[in-house]
Design a protein. Sequence first.
Length: 390
Amino acid sequence: MPVYPRCGVRPVRGEGVYLYGEDGAQYLDFASGIAVNALGHGHPKLVKAIADQAATLMHVSNLYGSPQGEHFAQRLVDASFADTVFFTNSGAEAVECAIKTARRYHYANGQPERHDLITFDTAFHGRTLGTISATNQAKMRDGFEPLLPGFKYAQFNDLEGALALIDEHTAGFLVEPIQGEGGIRPATPEFLQGLRKACDEHGLLLVLDEVQAGYGRTGKLFAHELYGVVPDIIAAAKGIGGGFPLGACLATAEAAKGMVFGTHGSTYGGNPLAMAAGEAVLDVILADGFLDNVTRMGERLRAALEQMIPNHDQLFAGVRGHGLMLGLKLTSDSRRFVAHCRDHHGLLLVAAGENVVRILPPLTIDETHIAECVEKLSAAARVYVPVADD
Ligand SMILES: Cc1ncc(COP(=O)(O)O)c(C=O)c1O
């Protein structure tokens, strides 16, 4: 189905921070498959873990015990706020699981009428029917009605507006700590902390969608750690498998108390191959100094961008985000500029939100990659001509 706006670049090989097209052209990959290739391309530890596990055991059913799944889940629990994990194959499935977990919590408490999640404008939670119902964007919803009831929409970062929507049907909030598709828009600390406080006061659940912002991208394992906010449930995916299709819903034991035998499942969820990939990524991310280096590289990249912006202020308007999840705001359409960087400067980026260029490099970049990216952006800005109606 022709649902993707595919461009002419057809990558056939990747190595570290670089991709190579069918025609041999080299690209500096500061898109990472939209925040997925956390370790870049062909990381030896990830490749070996997948190859070894593929040769040993790829798939069994969740009818049987899973030493691989238990081990990986325990490590995620040890490294996070969570007590329990459900493995999925994608981000949307992780969000679906989070929504179901939140509803079942209130059901288990004898309050099944508390089924509504308050979500936020310009958010993105995936493309299943449940997750487009949670996503208040017409371009993703049109023609798919009737959608799932049970969502109310507030403005992102408008705490008062969100609190005003709470009623006897509210189950909790579903929110990205840093909106990705929405244009790298970080929640303000007051907003996220205010939602947490409201949850505590009203017996609601704070459900975070960390599919894009989580898993080391901000320099913390999960982005909520930047805010000093402890969630009840999170959805993770993308970077968690480093390119292998993997997602996870993490929750406290209390929040997950309704998810008992028979309430959820997935044929492939938690298969041994995915678990091996996930553990290999986690080994690298939790190794000494790795996350600190993400923070450091994020600061260097941001500083280099901020230094570049005044030289091209007809095009660049500012930078925002955390760690290696940065958004470069343009004065005109970002899609055209992203295409220009790709086609004429061998630099891969992702457009988002209103005139924002997402900069999402592998977490393994060093200073030479930062310098190369900023050189390419400057070179692009020198020759790029926005069209009048951009
Ligand atoms: C914040 C967020 N949630 C959910 C999703 C959906 O993930 P997937 O495409 O793996 O289903 C995405 C994907 O971009 C995302 O950025």
